[in-house]
Design a protein around this ligand. Structure first.
Ligand code: DUC
Ligand code: ZN
Ligand code: ZN
Length: 468
């Protein structure tokens, strides 16, 4: 692979903004130099390729730490394969995904991880890594956690929701946390009280409340907050760090903030759907609300300000997508007449970087905070930094040339995710990905796709390095 120079752009990392040219050699960033400096001029003369980034941002490729490609759920599968999902990620300026390998109840972690490797191997357009979902915490499973940490699968998701499917009781959760405290693994928690939610689901359906909007009501914000509180206390008892996924309720944010004020190693992620969509979408007529069914659910609009504030104050550290797409036709429709049968999940891997740039335009966050929550913090949190998540000598040349002025209209007509609707249909945002490099290879070239399935590699991760 030759030498590439990215010239004339504003380089933005979580730490600083500099007017610099970037030298890329053999897939890595090797140096930065001021525009028009002597050294930058020499690079440009000898480079195999010069990419003009004048008037553009030069940012690290996005790190989406929460995706579900081909995930089995509710009797069907998330429709993006690793091939289609990582291609869409590249289009949206995300150059690393961390997907969730699933342990099937009664089977080993190894079997689940092998199955996920088989799905991804040779199919990805950008780099990928795995977390492991623990569905069945046993003595054997606990031992297997150590081996997984050694091979770069260093985080484990547990569920306080979905009894009979992914659910773990408090004893199982405590054991997994104790194991993680010993082996450097990070426990990720789906914090909703699933036992109580199932009672409310049963009552709602018995009372004829079957529409999608009732999905949001039965998954009560207080049941997210209660589970978040419990997860934090269990992690304290175990002496383990904790990362709470897809936080949507302001009451859950308050639990995280309180724990962080005590100096506990407790971290939280939210997702664009909780920042830009609301329970109003779940209430859309003609079953359209099903498009917005995910768990945790979308909340009433007033929760959004609390999420934005927590992202600014670092009470929430990461924005990932929980990309888990199901088509409206044939999949979401499985829940016509019974909201509890709607497969849970939203598409979004392609939209995250743009929506968060819109948040910069709207004044919710600064440019550097955009890069922090979308690139650097997830990379640090999940043992990928500084290889991913920044532009610095030695880091992988995963780089996005971003046009901050272009307007685009989000739509299923134009997106690249393998799903028949967009959660953001018709929304105009300012800013657009122009060119994307993955380990120095141009995978999106001035809005033409030049990537290929199989370019993306599995990344064995280090253990967590706390952001902040
Ligand atoms: N939430 C979702 O919305 N989909 C998949 C799993 C989850 O926890
Ligand atoms: Zn979850
Ligand atoms: Zn998820």
């Amino acid at each position: 692979m030759g030498t590439t120079v990215i010239r004339g752009g504003l380089v933005i990392t979580a730490a600083e903004e500099t007017n610099a040219d970037v030298l890329v050699e053999d897939g890595r960033v090797t140096a930065l130099a001021a525009h028009d400096s002597d050294v930058a001029r020499v690079w440009a003369e000898s480079a195999g390729r010069v990419i003009d980034a004048t008037g553009r941002y030069v940012i690290p490729g996005g790190v989406d730490a929460h995706t579900h490609m081909e995930m089995p759920f509710g009797g069907t599968y998330a429709v993006d394969t690793f091939e289609t999902g990582t291609r869409a990620a590249a289009w949206g300026g995300t150059t690393t995904i961390v997907d969730f390998a699933v342990q099937t109840v009664g089977e080993s972690l190894r079997a689940g991880l092998d199955a996920w490797h088989a799905k991804a191997d040779g199919n990805c357009a950008v780099d990928y890594a795995f977390h492991m979902i623990l569905s069945d915490v046993t003595e054997d499973t606990l031992k297997e956690m150590d081996a997984l940490v050694d091979e770069g699968v260093t985080s484990f998701k547990l569920f306080m929701a979905y009894p009979g499917v992914f659910y773990s009781d408090d004893g199982k959760i405590l054991r997994a946390m104790q194991r993680a405290a010993g082996n450097g693994g990070l426990v990720m928690m789906h914090a909703e009280n699933g036992i109580a939610i199932d009672v409310l689901v049963e009552q709602a359906l018995a009372a004829g409340r079957t529409d999608p909007r009732h999905h949001g009501e039965v998954r009560h914000a207080l049941l997210e907050a209660e589970a978040t509180h419990r997860a934090i206390q269990l992690a304290r008892v175990a002496g383990a760090p904790l990362y709470v996924v897809h936080v949507s309720a302001m009451e859950a944010v308050a639990e995280l903030a309180q724990a962080r004020d005590l100096g506990l190693p407790v971290f939280g992620e939210t997702c664009p759907q909780y920042l830009f969509l609301s329970a109003d979408n779940l209430a859309e007529p003609d079953f359209e609300g099903a498009k917005y069914v995910c768990s945790t659910p979308l909340r009433p609009k007033e929760h959004q300000a609390h999420l934005w504030r927590a992202l600014r104050t670092d009470d929430l550290q990461v924005v990932s997508t929980d990309h888990c797409p199901f088509c409206f036709k044939g999949q979401k429709e499985m829940g016509l007449g019974d909201f509890s049968k709607i497969p849970n999940g939203l598409p979004g891997v392609e939209n995250r970087m743009d929506l968060l740039h819109q948040a910069v335009v709207d004044g919710h966050i600064s440019r550097r905070r955009w890069i922090e929550i979308a690139c650097a913090a997830p990379a640090r949190m999940f043992g990928l930094y500084p290889r991913k998540g920044t532009i610095a000598p030695g880091s992988d040349a995963d780089i996005v040339i971003y046009d901050p002025d272009a307007a685009q209209v989000m739509s299923a007509e134009t997106h690249h995710m393998n799903v028949d609707y967009s959660a953001y249909e018709g929304r105009t945002v300012t800013g657009r990905v122009q060119t994307v490099l993955s380990r120095g290879e141009v995978v999106v070239d001035d809005r033409s796709y030049t990537g290929r399935a199989g370019h993306g590699r599995f990344i064995a991760r280090e253990t967590c390095r706390y952001p902040g």
